[in-house]
Design a protein around this ligand. Structure first.
Ligand code: GLU
Length: 259
């Protein structure tokens, strides 16, 4: 049976410090996902970056409120993002399919089954699902907290073995990551409480932050799915996590205690 991995790439992993889309990084991630598929992993990609990408595309004619900004920039940016993924994956002859979803599709019932069936038929046909929230029409109060939450729900829905959250930080540290005294927490046993270590500042480009990654990771770990938080800006991070995990900085939420 194929091993199924959900990979979530955050806006911060996909953008440069000035907010522009980092196409080189995107291309490197695509190379690695193609490699994973060659190793017989089934991959579902949850990619943020639509809003960040759209924001760079045009100057609005008048001042926009936050909802208008999200609607306009996500519509523009998603088209650009998926177009780039399409071209990059095409080099590997990998078909990609766009899945834009909303929180209501994850409540038990018809919509849940429909969403699940959609991704199943894509996977059965070798199509790589690229998922994002449908930010253009999502109502603020009913949105996912961020794509960390969305990727966790997808991992559960699709019974993935592993969820990998890629951001611009190596994982969870025992203190401020900028402080040399802080240490990277490598493994998190089931039931551990790391809340004292979680930094509350939010990431700059996306909606998430370490707090939401930790909340998602604990919940998904409790559901029996391994979660890895790693740095999408590190070269070959996905390949190294598989081939040389010991020397690849990351935080892993273990499903079974090692001792
Ligand atoms: N869906 C948003 C986007 O693509 C990102 C949400 C998040 O930052 O998690 O821009």
């Amino acid at each position: 049976m194929k091993r199924r991995i959900v990979i979530k790439v955050g806006s911060n992993a996909l953008t440069r410090t000035d907010g522009r889309l980092d196409v080189t990084r995107m291309s490197a991630l695509v190379d690695q996902i193609a490699w994973l598929r060659q190793q017989d992993f089934e991959v579902i990609l949850v990619s943020s970056g639509a809003v960040a990408c759209g924001r760079r595309e045009l100057k609005a004619t008048h001042e926009l409120d936050s909802v208008e900004q999200r609607q306009l920039f996500s519509a523009l940016g998603q088209a650009k993002l998926i177009g780039l993924y399409y071209d990059l994956f095409r080099e590997y002859h990998i078909h990609v399919g766009q899945v834009l979803t909303m929180k209501e599709n994850f409540s038990p019932g018809e919509q849940y089954k429909n969403q699940q069936a959609c991704m199943r038929v894509m996977l059965e046909n070798g199509v790589l699902p690229i998922v994002n929230e449908n930010d253009t029409v999502s109502v603020t109060e009913l949105m996912f907290t961020d794509n960390d939450e969305l990727s966790g729900l997808i991992a559960q829905m699709m019974e993935a073995d592993t969820l990998i959250l890629l951001s611009n930080i190596d994982g969870i540290y025992t203190g401020n990551p900028a402080d040399p005294q802080s240490q990277l927490i490598k493994e998190v046993a089931p039931g551990s409480d790391l809340s004292q270590y979680i930094q509350t500042e939010k990431s700059s480009a996306g909606r998430g932050g370490m707090q939401s990654k930790y909340a998602t990771a604990s919940k998904i770990q409790a559901a029996g799915i391994r979660v890895i938080i790693a740095n999408g800006k590190r070269d070959n991070v996905l390949i190294n996590l598989i081939e040389d995990p010991i020397h690849t900085p990351h935080t892993e939420f273990l499903v079974h205690a090692t001792h």
